[in-house]
Write a new protein. Structure first.
Length: 119
């Protein structure tokens, strides 16, 4: 699994919304915790409250057309997580603070992780 992954949420309205997060908090092939984290937190975001489908994207390119993809990607790469314990990263992802929404910036700001630090 990559350092950064994209997760697609297909809403009941048929639109697809994307989240970015760190990809190495769980096992290299275990996507279930990521899907569960998005499922339990996507109700905070417009159009994601009752998703029809959630899946990990094959590559970041799948989410590259999202309105604020580059800002979220830059935000993830600005994190200093090398010294952050894996349990803390997992907690930040499952709580939704490390799921960066590639949509409305006002909604995205509310989800910043507690250890957010830009370079």
């Amino acid at each position: 699994m990559d350092d950064c992954i994209a997760i697609a949420v297909k809403g009941k309205d048929g639109l697809i919304r994307h989240f970015l997060t760190l990809g190495r908090a769980w096992g290299a092939t275990d996507v279930a915790p990521y899907l569960a984290a998005v499922s339990s937190n996507c109700g905070k975001y417009a159009g994601c409250a009752d998703p029809a489908a959630i899946e990990v994207c094959y590559s970041l390119r799948d989410a590259a057309q999202a309105p604020y993809f580059l800002e979220c990607l830059q935000g993830l790469h600005g994190l200093h997580v090398n010294s952050t314990p894996v349990d803390a990263l997992r907690s930040e992802i499952t709580s939704g603070r490390l799921l960066l929404y590639c949509g409305d910036p006002a909604q995205r700001e509310a989800s910043r992780p507690s250890f957010w630090s830009m370079t």
